[in-house]
Design a binder for this molecule. Structure first.
Ligand SMILES: *Cc1c(COP(=O)(O)O)cnc(C)c1O
Length: 234
């Protein structure tokens, strides 16, 4: 089996899981965007997915993402939408704003100002999701629920940015159904002030069904599409 065949088979399996999850939840498959998380993977994997019709790709480190987005475009895939899902630092905001369509990981207002300046500088508009910490630990990535409205207000008011909704990673050891139900509540509260912020980014390889059941509009799938990643060393 070639790598392209392998990726095609994995994509078919993920699509089948998504289709079943949507049917079980009484939802239309078209309500859920599949983002293929290509972090640590070579650009050839991203291109193989693009050739199979996957337009939404996700990365979590700026340097790797910037290079991969440029390479994929150079290899004849200019129309991809890159989603930035990783920890974001202010000094990387301008770079991320130059290639990303959606930034899923904004959890503080200082990042909002930096991304807005980056978007304006690049002459682009970015969709921004507020990352929510579902275990309420302020040391972890994500705004605690009580801080989400302030971050959302800042995004909605910022030039060059569109508030798109919320994002979360289910905490380890917590039932993902409960975690995503909590995220859906945070989303509903945000939508009361910002009706356009309908996006819910939730669900990965291990818990995409629970996310779809709880209303996810984006799922972020890496391992189930491209296999296990090498262990992280930073
Ligand atoms: C790596 C990553 C994913 C994909 O996780 P898998 O378990 O490989 O599907 C999703 N979301 C974020 C934020 C990630 O960093």
């Amino acid at each position: 089996m070639t790598r392209a065949d392998e990726v095609a088979a994995a994509l078919a399996a993920v699509e089948q899981r998504l289709a079943r999850a949507c049917t079980a939840a009484g939802r239309d498959r078209r309500e859920v965007v599949l983002i293929a998380i290509t972090k640590t993977r070579p650009v050839e994997d991203a291109v193989a997915l693009a050739a199979l019709g996957v337009r939404d790709l996700g990365e979590n480190r700026d340097q790797e993402a910037a290079a991969k987005a440029a390479r994929a475009a150079a290899l004849g895939h200019p129309g991809l939408r890159w989603h930035f899902v990783g920890a974001l630092q202010r000094n990387k905001a301008a770079s991320v704003a130059s290639y990303a369509s959606v930034v899923h990981s904004v959890d503080r207002t200082s990042l909002v100002r930096a991304l807005s300046a980056g978007a304006e500088g690049a002459g682009r508009r970015l969709t921004v999701l507020v990352q929510v910490s579902l275990d309420g630990d302020p040391a972890r990535a994500g705004a605690v629920a009580a801080d989400v409205p302030a971050v959302g207000d800042a995004v909605a008011a910022a030039a060059g940015l569109d508030l798109g909704g919320v994002m979360a990673v289910a905490p380890l050891g917590v039932d993902p159904a409960r975690a995503f139900a909590a995220l859906a509540e945070v989303s509903a509260r945000l939508r009361a002030d910002h009706p356009q912020a309908v996006g819910i980014s939730a669900g990965m390889s291990g818990d995409l069904e629970a996310a779809v059941a709880a209303g996810a509009t984006y799922v972020r799938v890496g391992t189930a599409l491209l296999g296990l990643r090498p262990p992280v060393s930073r």
